[in-house]
Design a protein around this ligand. Structure first.
Ligand SMILES: *Cc1c(COP(=O)(O)O)cnc(C)c1O
Length: 433
């Protein structure tokens, strides 16, 4: 499969080039030329297949031309060693729980898949070590670090702002050791991101070592997220609730929802999507006005969605050939303040006993407000509520049980390398590696 850049100024890339590079040389995002339809027989029988079996069919449509079948199957099966159940919260509203992986958030799926695919390409070419740089405000770093842990030929550097991530998040990427190095930057998340961007542009550094990124611009990280949309459909079909399905996605950088839109373009019978935003509602505003006006992000209690210029917006435009009308026909929006998110977590807990995290709460509320007669809604519960322990306990006035996986991280010993936000010292550090 050939990939083009959304900016149309770069040469076409192979899958391998797209995965190793991340971003196209014209700073556009890679898109596959062809989105394959899956056969009707697949949809007819989907409710009888396992998550792994479904995901392999989807992966084959994306990557089957470029990766041998047995290898691809292995990558998919290794990635999805955990479930993503659709749990009924109340009449016609289901939660697709994407928090049963190692770091209890949906980013585990893309992180693990990308690590394995990149590992395969490196081994195949007998290439020298590849170094993954990832700036994180919390969740991305842990999913990428745990995904790449122990993968041969790859070293991961996680840059995070000192004192600005929660203890539980910090432990998830500073306690791993092996091929994972945590760099504790005396600065903000934006400073971390600037260090990473400067590193990619620095000629001397790139001559010294092979660098790549692992955020959701990478096709190997965002496309595998399509897997669980198909699995959600399969589960609802089994429950007799798959007609007029509405999928609601709590969105920040729009990688997750874009993967779902790919699913729809492959024939997955989803009637429509809702993109739920917190106060960072640039996409919501775009739907209303047709104008895309990025602005600096504001901090909210659903902090993984605090994005002021969603990078995957370019892919949404490409999928719908820049037509605002076509986008509005399939996607609607919602936007909630912290106060509304709190209200929603509390009300849902009291009324149904289901505990939402602040991100999932935006999705749940958008369905409550936006579902029409005859529709069934499923929202993506993107992280386990215990990952936002203080916030959630504060809202419900009750203790939240911490899953064993999170407790295990808490027992580890933090190891990090202190770093200033000055690029020259970061570069000097990498040149010595
Ligand atoms: C990353 C993240 C999101 C936003 O996903 P995008 O793909 O960036 O739109 C939502 N919720 C949680 C918990 C996340 O970690």
């Amino acid at each position: 499969m050939k990939y083009y850049s959304t900016n149309h100024q770069a040469a076409d890339a192979s899958l391998q080039e797209a995965v190793v590079k991340g971003l196209a040389s014209d700073k556009g995002l890679f898109m596959p030329y062809v989105i394959k339809q899956l056969p009707q027989s697949f949809y007819d029988n989907i409710e009888n297949l396992s998550f792994q079996e479904i995901a392999y069919q989807v992966a084959d449509a994306f990557f089957g031309e470029d990766v041998p079948a047995e290898t691809l199957k292995q990558i998919v099966y290794d990635t999805l060693s955990f479930d993503a159940p659709a749990v009924k919260v109340k009449e016609n509203i289901y939660s697709l729980e994407l928090f049963h992986g190692p770091t209890l958030a949906f980013k585990d799926v893309g992180g693990r898949f990308m690590a394995r695919l990149l590992g395969y390409f490196i081994k195949k070419e007998g290439q020298k070590q590849v170094n993954v740089l990832v700036a994180t405000s919390g969740d991305t770093g842990s999913a990428v670090a745990n995904g790449f842990l122990g993968v041969e030929g790859i070293h991961v550097y996680v840059l995070y702002p000192k004192g600005k991530v929660s203890e539980i998040q910090e432990k998830q990427f500073t306690t791993l050791g092996q091929n994972i190095t945590a760099l504790e930057v005396d600065g903000t998340f934006d400073d971390c991101q600037a260090l990473v961007k400067n590193a990619f542009m620095d000629a001397e550094l790139n001559a010294h070592m092979k660098l790549t990124s692992a955020n959701s611009i990478n096709v190997a990280r965002f496309l595998p997220q399509a897997f669980y949309y198909f699995y959600a459909y399969a589960q609802l079909k089994k429950a007799g609730k798959a007609d007029n399905l509405v999928v609601c996605v709590p969105s920040g950088n729009f990688g997750n929802i874009t993967a779902g839109l790919f699913g729809k373009h492959m024939g997955l019978p989803i009637k429509r999507f809702i993109a739920a935003n917190n106060r960072n509602d640039i996409f919501y505003q775009y739907l209303q006005s047709g104008e895309y006006n990025p602005r600096p992000s504001v901090a909210t209690i659903a902090n993984a969605m605090d994005v002021g210029d969603p990078s995957n917006f370019a892919r949404v435009l490409a999928l719908y050939e820049n037509s605002h009308e076509a986008i509005c026909a399939e996607i609607s929006g919602a936007t909630y303040t912290d106060e509304q998110i709190r209200e929603t977590v509390k009300a849902a807990y009291q009324e149904t006993g289901y505990l939402l995290d602040p991100h999932g709460a935006c999705g749940y509320r958008a369905l409550e407000e936006g579902l029409q007669e005859g529709e069934t809604g499923v929202f993506l519960e993107t992280a386990h509520p215990a990952k936002f322990l203080e916030t959630v306990e504060g809202i419900i006035g009750d203790k939240v049980e911490i899953p064993a996986k999170l407790q295990a991280f808490m027992k580890g010993t933090k190891q990090s390398i202190p770093m200033t936000k000055d690029f020259e010292s970061f570069k000097a550090y990498l040149l010595k590696e």
